[in-house]
Design a protein. Structure first.
Length: 452
């Protein structure tokens, strides 16, 4: 299996993801990312390369970020240690101080025993596949081993959080005055910075899930466990709830009645608002094939074009960069606002979502009603030949018949997992019953035809 997955290197800390691997990966990163024109120009001026390193609060992040910093410094790279900060903050800071690259140590929404290493290039952008492959290959090659004054230094990035907060506040089109927001920080990287920023923006803030102890990240809280947030919003009589995941690159919401507002609805709200003020480039929204049919219908009604990509925020971002588009994201809550960020930013998204409530005077439920969510059923069929999903004639015939049955009132999608022997069967329909019936029928055919 390749070392890099869809979002960096991830695994059980001290399982496959050891301090030795983190050290070697950082040394290889210094070799590969130190070969660009900008890096060469810096060296010609007698300057060392600089990298930003940050982490989420899980306990393994302490030794892994130390290993990353050691690997970089031993390769002649000066390290600015930003401590515990969200992934999008790391990306922003790389661009803000014109660092050569940066590393975020986080496993996002995964449980505490896992961890991960995400690498950002100059400008705070994610690496293309080909560069990740070069870094992986460089792990087996000679490392940079400067001596004396040429080794890198490791320093605390003292004003990292302040820079990020100022950036977020400067992006807002409207203050949050008069709104009561419940924030669920998933005991993660946003636990300190998110409440501070929402309060500075004018909101009255109630905080849950913001007591990280290194072991409780994503444990029953955050964007993957919204019931706690829903109860807190209703119990506090708040206007809205905002949930982050462990590294705060996602944002999901709940309205005043505790109803979930997912990434599709958030994108719909932001797309319409951005179009109204002329900020939606070419009136286009970029999202993945998993986005709800209701999003497509709503955008069509508002004269907004939707471009779809494969699943994964990196593919959304690639398409956004190709077309210079300003908004894109995923149903899971990764929302990219390219005017202000180079990656999904849960704080930025949440702030702009609540700002739209303040600007319009509408409730979150009223804003979310811009789209009707079609019932969606997703079944993971395990233990099957995932490659056969696109070639088996009986499977393809079943999909065609289901698609014809739904017509314009639904959608069918069969997708092979990129990492496991499973096929995801997704069906949308006007009723949950119809969606479940069709999805279960297709799943049975996939299981029968593609069994390993």
């Amino acid at each position: 299996m390749p070392l890099f997955g869809t979002d960096g290197v991830r695994g059980l800390a001290n399982g496959p993801l050891t301090a030795e691997l983190a050290l070697s990966l950082a040394q290889a990163t210094a070799v590969v990312l130190g070969q660009g024109r900008t890096a060469e120009a810096r060296r010609a001026e007698g300057k060392r390369l600089t990298a930003v390193v940050a982490r989420d609060p899980r306990i393994s992040g302490e030794f892994l970020s130390a290993a990353v910093a050691a690997g970089l410094a031993s390769s002649g790279v000066d390290v600015l240690d930003a401590g515990v900060l969200p992934t999008p903050a790391t990306a922003y800071l790389i661009a803000d101080i014109d660092a050569d690259f940066g590393v975020m140590v986080s496993a996002s929404h995964n449980p505490a025993p896992d961890n991960g290493i995400k690498i950002f290039a100059s400008g705070g952008v994610k690496l293309p596949d080909v560069v990740e492959q070069r870094i992986e290959a460089a792990m087996a090659a000679d490392k940079l081993q400067p001596t004396g004054a040429a080794v890198g230094r490791i320093r605390r990035f003292a004003d990292a959080e302040d820079r990020y907060v100022v950036h977020l506040l400067a992006s807002l089109p409207h203050s949050l005055d008069g709104l009561h927001v419940v924030l669920d920080c998933a005991h993660g990287a946003a636990s300190g910075v998110s409440p501070e920023t929402f309060r500075d923006a004018g909101a009255r803030v109630t905080v849950i899930g913001a007591d990280p102890d290194g072991l409780n990240i994503n444990d029953g809280v955050g964007s993957t466990y919204l019931d706690v947030l829903s109860e807190a919003v209703v119990g506090a009589g708040a206007d809205v709830g905002i949930a982050h995941d462990g590294d705060a690159d996602r944002c999901l919401a709940v309205d005043a009645a505790g109803n979930i507002v997912d990434g599709d609805q958030i994108m719909a709200i932001l797309a319409v608002a951005m179009k109204e003020r002329g900020a939606l480039v070419e009136d286009t929204l970029v999202t993945t094939v998993m986005s709800n049919l209701g999003l497509h219908r709503a955008m069509q009604a508002h004269g907004i074009r939707v471009e779809t990509t494969a699943v994964g925020d990196r593919y959304v971002l690639e398409r956004m960069n190709e077309g210079s588009y300003s908004l894109g994201g995923e149903q899971s809550g990764h929302v990219i606002m390219s005017e202000f960020a180079t990656t999904g930013d849960g704080l930025l998204t949440g702030l702009h979502l609540v700002a739209e409530m303040a600007r319009t005077g509408k409730t979150m439920a009223e804003l979310a009603s811009v789209m009707t969510v079609f019932p969606q059923v997703l079944i993971n069929v395990r233990g099957v030949d995932r490659e056969g999903v696109s070639t088996d004639e009986i499977v393809q015939d079943a999909v065609a018949r289901a698609t014809a049955r739904l017509g314009l009132s639904g959608r069918v999608l069969l997708r092979a997992s990129g990492t496991e022997p499973l096929v995801r069967v997704m069906v949308e329909a006007e009723s949950a019953e119809a969606a479940a019936e069709i999805a279960e029928g297709l799943a049975a055919i996939v299981a029968d035809r593609l069994a390993l």
